[in-house]
Write a protein that binds this ligand. Structure first.
Ligand code: AMP
Ligand code: MG
Length: 481
């Protein structure tokens, strides 16, 4: 495994050189062969176990832990950093650079009071959910390996330890910029911005105002990302600026969850008391996070601070408008209506309004709507308690579809290609974790298998389409750190 280290070219304040701390008796719980192949990693399971447990370091690489700060629930934390992760190195595929990072690999100078370790549960959760996101065509870090360490970690209870090997386009966060900006280390902010442009947005190099363009480019990626989250009911749970990437990938799957019943106020995270990161708040929180990035770059945008402010504010305003538009477009497509005209928007909003009091399942309501095109209305209608209202809505929708004269076969295909039938529902992820703790990997493997094709119904897995029964519902999720 030949790794490189471009981040080490930055000054020493950007990272700490540190090796993972070896573990007692590691065991591979899951290895992502398809991803390993894509990355061109020619390693067998034995080598994978050595490297991805942190017990061996690949030759010619210098593992590091990255420095960053961040706003957590709106409060600035001066120093965070990789307290339980090590960047093993980078790998280049088709001119694109990826980080290979171990998470749960032992203490670093950023660990504060933490042990630098991770319990196996959160490792499995991140593995399953990040891979599911990838197959739902949502930008995300990916999971290459999950290892059980053979050691215990002490949380509320004693738990088996785990290490996740994560692949990311980079681990640059808004919090990375905030680390240097809050210390007024402007030279470092500039070096970081230039490194970012080189790595993620090389097209900016020929443009005039690099740092304004950088802000625009990050806003553009995030706007597409958030719209995708909203379209599948994904709730990140901790959208702190240190968990908000510059690359536009979803990162740091802690108390994240897919919503079962639709309600914009849905919160699962046990630490989100005020609902700051509720499902419906995600677009405005993304704007908040981008405003933090803008604050770091502002002095490079224009020498005239008034002008710099105007330029940055315009990017942020555009972000909110564009994100709203992206969300409306994708949501209208979910009900088969292309282009979010006022009429289409109002049909969509009527449906969402009915879904809330009916506790309609977010995934199945949209998925089963396409069946109504061949007059198989019942699976769709079954998602609603109040039949009168939804029947009225459905007939209105059918009239609109008829007026548009759309080819219904094509429409079904389109709708089914964006409305998944399988999502990593909380209760199923939880069952997979519990089974793994009892040394049964079957539920995890089954879930991983079915989530590879989330848009294709497979009768064999029909039990995985079903929303949780009342007693199976998981109402709270935990970071597990
Ligand atoms: P997170 O909430 O997972 O995004 O992590 C927030 C911060 O806490 C980061 O700086 C992590 O590196 C650090 N952290 C989380 N868990 C641990 C741990 N077990 N040991 C050391 N640092 C940790
Ligand atoms: Mg984090």
């Amino acid at each position: 495994m030949k790794l490189t280290n471009s981040y080490i070219g930055l000054p020493e304040d950007f990272y700490q050189v540190v090796n993972p701390l070896p573990v007692k008796s590691p065991q591979i719980i899951s290895f992502n062969d398809e991803l390993a192949q894509y990355l061109g990693l020619e390693i067998d399971k034995k080598e994978a176990l050595k490297y991805f447990s942190g017990n061996s370091i690949p030759e010619n690489t210098t593992p590091i832990a990255l420095n960053y700060a961040g706003h957590q629930f709106g409060n600035f934390v001066h120093e965070l950093g990789d307290g339980r992760a090590t960047l093993l190195g980078e790998i280049e595929v088709n001119k694109e650079r990826f980080d290979i990072q171990l998470k749960g690999s032992g203490p670093t100078k950023f660990s504060r009071q933490g042990d630098g370790r991770s319990a196996l549960g959160p490792v499995i959760r991140e593995y399953i959910v990040s891979e599911a996101m990838h197959h739902l065509n949502i930008p995300t870090t990916r999971a290459l390996a999950a290892v059980q360490t053979g050691e215990h970690v002490f949380r509320d209870v004693i738990e088996p330890g785990g290490i996740l090997t994560r692949i990311a386009k980079s681990h640059l966060r808004v919090g990375t910029f905030e680390y240097f900006a809050s210390r007024q280390q402007w030279e470092n902010v500039k070096l970081l911005a230039d490194y970012t442009i080189q790595r993620h947005f090389p097209e900016i190099r020929v443009l005039d105002n690099h740092y304004l363009e950088l802000l625009k480019a990050v806003a553009d990626r995030q706007s597409k990302l958030i719209a995708k989250w909203m379209s599948v009911g994904f709730i990140h749970g901790v959208m702190n600026t240190d968990n908000f990437t510059i690359s536009g990938e979803t990162i740091d799957y802690g108390p994240c969850a897919f919503m079962d019943e639709y309600d914009p106020a849905t919160v699962y995270s046990s630490i989100d008391h005020g609902g700051r990161y509720a499902f419906g708040n995600q677009p405005s929180i993304a704007a908040w996070n981008l405003a933090s990035l803008a604050g770091c770059l502002i002095s490079f945008i224009d020498e005239d601070s008034k002008k710099a402010n105007e330029l940055a504010t315009k990017v942020l305003d555009d972000f909110s408008i564009k994100t709203n538009q992206e969300i409306l477009d994708v949501m209208c497509l979910k009900i088969g209506l292309e282009g979010s005209s006022d009429k289409h928007q109002s049909i969509l909003k009527d449906l969402l309004k009915i879904m809330i009091p009916n506790k309609a399942d977010y995934t199945l309501s949209f998925r089963y709507l396409s069946l109504a095109l061949s007059d198989k209305d019942s699976l769709f209608l079954d998602q609603f308690q109040d039949q009168e209202k939804i029947k009225e809505w459905l007939s209105n929708w059918k009239v609109t579809v008829k007026e548009l004269n759309l080819d219904s076969e094509k429409m079904v295909k389109k709708m089914d290609s964006i409305n998944p039938i399988y999502i990593p529902r909380n209760h199923n992820v939880d069952k997979a974790i519990k089974a793994t703790y009892e040394e049964n990997l079957d539920p995890m493997n089954e879930l991983l298998e079915v989530l590879k094709n989330p848009f294709e119904e497979n009768k064999k897995y029909s039990h995985l389409t079903v929303p949780p029964k009342e007693e199976e519902k998981i109402l709270q999720t935990f970071c597990g750190t």
